[in-house]
Design a binder for this molecule. Structure first.
Ligand SMILES: [Mg+2]
Length: 257
């Protein structure tokens, strides 16, 4: 095992809500060292492309990632400063799958919209005039939405979602951070044994379950379900939070490989 592809979540992993300079410095050093060794880095996030790039601009990292995997779905390759392009056929394929799913699950979408209209503290999110997901005012409401949406979508088993603390994105059950990471690694010809994935929340579980990355880790602020999963997969739970935890995990797997 040798880190050739690094997949990191963004919010709650690369950066915390109160990221400080110390965190960023240790992370910068670890990322720069990985690049010197020829490894490729992908930020794997639920954010849309423009929002992911905005987030990257706001943190002081030594260089941009080579890839950004956005909306828990799409794969973009960095061409040059500020320019990114769809990498391979994946984005178009998964978009077709998503359109088809929403066509078949139109009654589920209608039921979700009707349900949200009767409750406070939930906002529906639309992208390209299609219902994309929802945002809740607090994590407790999101936990509740998980059960509600599962029940509303019970007769369309492929209708699934990716969620973190207050965001939920509706998706085909096969489209998530794990499947996009597996596709990126296939396109790059890098086996899962050489992939390190690091994340903190529920939407990171598909890339931390061992199927797309043999090396898995999380920062100390990761939710309990993620920490348990990482331990079960012989991964590394850092005693440090956010970016400092990511830097620590990179050092850990660099030392053992
Ligand atoms: Mg996160």
């Amino acid at each position: 095992m040798n880190i050739r592809l690094l997949s990191t979540d963004f919010d709650g992993t690369l950066v915390g809500h109160h990221a400080d300079a110390r965190t960023v410095r240790s992370l910068s050093e670890a990322l720069a060292e990985l690049r010197r060794q020829g490894a490729v880095w992908a930020v794997n996030t639920g954010r849309q492309l423009w929002f992911a790039l905005e987030g990257l601009e706001q943190v002081n990292l030594p260089h941009d990632p080579e890839f950004v995997l956005t909306s828990e779905k799409d794969i973009y390759r960095r061409i040059d400063e500020g320019n990114w392009e769809a990498f391979g056929e994946w984005n178009a394929q998964t978009e077709r799958q998503t359109i088809d799913l929403f066509h078949r699950a139109a009654h589920v979408v209608t039921a979700i919209e009707a349900m949200v209209a009767t409750r406070d503290g939930i906002e529906l999110l639309y992208e390209n005039e299609r219902l994309a997901g929802l945002m809740t005012e607090d994590p407790g409401t999101m936990d509740c939405m998980v059960d509600v949406v599962r029940e509303l979508a019970a007769d369309v088993p492929e209708f699934s979602f990716n969620r973190n603390h207050v965001w939920m994105r509706f998706a085909h059950f096969g489209i998530h951070k794990g499947s996009s990471l597996a596709e990126l690694s296939r396109l790059l010809g890098i086996p899962r044994e050489d992939v390190l994935a690091i994340g903190d929340h529920h939407n990171d579980i598909p890339m931390l379950d061992g199927s797309s990355a043999a090396m898995v880790a999380c920062p100390s602020n990761a939710v309990p379900e993620v920490q348990e999963l990482v331990r079960r997969n012989a991964g590394y739970v850092s005693p440090h939070p956010w970016g400092e935890g990511v830097a620590d995990a990179i050092r850990h797997f660099s030392a053992v490989s």
